[in-house]
Design a binder for this molecule. Structure first.
Ligand code: SF4
Length: 402
């Protein structure tokens, strides 16, 4: 079996904001301590919808990576890279496209919606590239044999599609030529004692359906050090009577999607122009929160209000402790506090959260070569990993000839 690996990406859309932090980056910073992580800037994906504005991609890519670092993603822990600098993504997308039915792509829930919605803004998304967007996402995941993909509920269908594509690939191409002979040769590499045990367990599983035997055999293979990745996968496949798993099926690592509100009370999003950026100044934060709309019932200071009807309250739920929240609830309902007074703990909380981010970003803003070097190193590592997968994929698809 392949080692645990996390894969996630973001389109380069310019400066990231608190919505990105609470929705994804905080989780990335945690995951990097738990598993090997690959985080990429999805610049090709940006072109599937914004092909008419390529001039911003380069700067947005650097901004995105600086913001990841600001948010606590550590280049010494996680591999950060740019999709278009790893051309293997495109090669795998193409190869997968040969056997992916068009109907699988057309039934992606967001597809028709987006084509129609964007047409209202004059953007033509009835393109080959946009239809293939989820296929490229599948390739992004499968090329790193990433088994863990952090997603929100709305993205689970994309992971399901990726799993179906991987399954179809393994079914079509997992039976490599001479598979049995290669598996027999790999058994010999286990050494006589382990080879004998492996064969016993395989027989117990295949003839008697003994699931425990399968589990013990998996453990035995996981402990063997001197096997190549290819041989290991052959032996896992041989145990169950199947072929070699070349592209493992990923799992969705469900993350709670944070619906952080923006300064207008809507979901925080760049397209609504209601964001607080990760590198926002203290003055900027103060001004934006102080002008946030509140419960419309509080026209005068003496009017009581209801925090449940106020978007500032949702920020208190992120930034304030229970004592402060009780103070807000009581003070708002009795008109005991004013709205500016109520907003101050939120302002303080956001400023406290952003201060270390601005500090971490500062050296990279001063010297852009620092971030370019991090990306270059990450791309090199990503290319090596991707190429390892592509060697097996080309081999399985009969393309490994000169
Ligand atoms: S007191 Fe606080 S919760 Fe109540 S309306 Fe004003 S800002 Fe909103």
């Amino acid at each position: 079996m392949f080692p645990d690996r996390v894969l996630s990406g973001m389109r380069p859309t310019g400066r990231l904001h608190l919505g990105h932090y609470h929705g994804a980056l905080k989780n990335w910073a945690k995951l990097q301590h738990e598993h090997p992580c690959y985080f990429f800037v999805a610049d090709w994906h940006a072109l599937t919808t914004h092909y008419e504005t390529p001039d911003v991609i380069e700067q947005y890519t650097y901004d995105t990576v600086i913001d990841w670092i600001a948010a606590g993603v550590d280049p010494s822990q996680a591999t950060m890279f740019v999709q278009s600098k790893v051309p293997q993504h495109a090669e795998l997308t193409l190869l997968l496209s040969f056997f992916t039915p068009i109907s699988w792509l057309e039934r992606v829930p967001t597809y028709k919606d987006q084509v129609e919605k964007q047409a209202q803004f004059g953007r033509d998304l009835a393109t080959y590239g946009f239809l293939g967007y989820p296929l490229m996402q599948a390739a992004d995941i499968l090329i790193y044999r990433a088994n863990l993909v952090p997603v929100g509920e709305d993205q689970v269908s994309h992971i399901e599609l990726t799993r179906e594509i991987a399954r179809r690939f393994n079914h079509l191409f997992g039976r490599e030529k001479g598979f049995e002979e290669k598996a027999e040769a790999a058994i010999k590499k286990l050494g006589s004692k382990k080879a004998k045990r492996y064969n016993e367990l395989r027989t117990q599983y295949q003839q008697e359906g003994n699931a425990e035997a399968l589990e013990i055999a998996h453990e035995l293979l996981s402990d063997v050090q001197n096997l190549s990745m290819g041989d290991r996968e052959r032996l896992f496949g041989f145990l169950e009577g199947g072929g070699k798993v070349i592209l493992p099926e990923p799992q969705a690592l469900l993350t709670e999607t944070s619906r952080l509100v923006g300064i207008d009370g809507e979901k925080m999003s760049k397209s609504y122009g209601n964001t607080i950026d990760l590198r926002e100044s203290e003055e900027g934060v103060t001004k934006k929160i102080r002008t946030m709309p509140t419960d419309p019932a509080r026209i005068r200071r003496t009017d009581p209000g209801d925090p449940e009807k106020c978007s500032v309250w949702t920020l208190h739920q992120v930034y304030s402790d229970q004592t402060t929240r009780d103070w807000v609830m009581q003070g708002c309902k009795t008109a005991g506090i004013g709205c500016l007074e109520c907003k101050q703990p939120v302002i303080d909380g956001i400023i406290k959260e952003l201060k270390p981010m601005r500090e971490r970003a500062a050296p990279f803003e001063e010297d852009p070569t620092l971030v370019k070097n991090i990306i270059a190193d990450g791309c090199e590592k990503a290319r090596d990993t991707a190429e390892e997968t592509m060697r097996d994929v080309r081999d399985a698809m009969g393309l490994n000839y000169r």
